[in-house]
Write a protein that binds this ligand. Structure first.
Ligand code: SAM
Length: 270
């Protein structure tokens, strides 16, 4: 996959994308990240990227010309082809007003060959970018950041770890929090990782993880994990995932893929 970032702060990306899985994925050639400095697409002495808003009001707005000029040489398919899904490319405007970025959106983006992430600043970006250049607006959460750069890094990191080969054990990305049902995928030993009766996420939050030491300052790892009965471990993990989701994110239960057994557990927990 190719990921292009359009920003007025190209140095911002020295660091956040140079660690762990994202770094390894770049070294393996799974993802190529290119940062484009918006100021290089200005034509005045001061390299102006922003201007005052028409109609008055607070702050400055990123001008459309440098953004359009930056994208033109990238050789992307026409916007209507992208919108019809005829090209595996997407131009994304980071915006607090955008559709919420979720694990499901990340998994859709991971199927693309290319994504272009436009980072706003100041009061935002001239609306013609959203209307005529970008394919979609994405928000990383219901809060306002000073710029789209952190959002672009969040999107690239979460999409990269879903690219085949990026994470050593691919089954782990299928069982994580927010990951929807994966029908009929057999894991090691013939267990179905995507079946609602197992510990697979299926839209729930992940179950709790523990490692050594088994006892730490009087805090013990749950006995069931040490005993090694895999059936019981699976049941315990599923129950813990349900418990955590009920406590921290009850909204997720509506869309989660729940078995009758899960519903019984929830009734008991309520
Ligand atoms: N005036 C805008 C509003 O109220 O919605 C906020 C503009 S914000 C200060 C500047 C830029 O930060 C935006 O253009 C966008 O690119 C980025 N940004 C802010 N919050 C964001 C969020 N939750 N998700 C993605 N990008 C965000």
């Amino acid at each position: 996959m190719k990921a292009d970032i359009v920003t007025i702060f190209p140095d911002f990306f020295r660091g956040p994308l140079d660690y762990g899985i994202t770094r390894r994925a770049q070294e393996m050639g799974l993802v190529k990240i290119e940062v484009h400095d918006l100021r290089q697409f200005t034509h005045d002495r001061h390299r102006t990227v922003d201007d005052r808003p028409f109609g008055g009001g607070e702050g400055m707005v990123l001008k459309p010309e440098p953004i359009f000029d930056c994208l033109e040489p990238l050789g992307l398919s026409a916007r209507d082809e992208r919108l019809k899904g005829l090209a595996k490319e997407s131009v994304i405007l980071l915006s607090a007003q955008g559709e919420r970025f979720t694990q499901e959106v990340a998994s859709d983006l991971a199927k693309l060959d290319r994504m272009v992430l436009i980072c706003g600043r100041y009061e935002g970006v001239d609306e013609r970018v959203a209307d005529f250049l970008a394919d979609r607006e994405l928000s990383i959460g219901d809060y306002v950041l000073s710029g789209g750069e952190l959002g672009a890094a969040v999107i690239i990191e979460s999409v990269t770890r879903l690219l085949p080969g990026a994470v050593g054990n691919e089954a782990s990305t299928r069982q994580e929090s927010f990951t929807a049902h994966v029908a009929g995928e057999a894991a090691e030993g013939g267990e179905f990782v995507g079946n609602a009766s197992t510990c697979g996420s299926n839209g729930l939050l992940d179950y709790p993880h523990y490692t050594r030491p088994a006892e730490f300052r009087g805090m013990n790892v749950p006995e069931v994990l040490i005993e090694g009965n895999h059936q019981q471990i699976r049941r315990w993990r599923r129950e813990q995932a349900l418990k955590k989701t009920l406590r921290n994110r009850p909204d997720l239960l509506q869309a989660a893929d729940l078995a009758a057994e899960d519903r019984e557990v929830l009734e008991r927990l309520k």
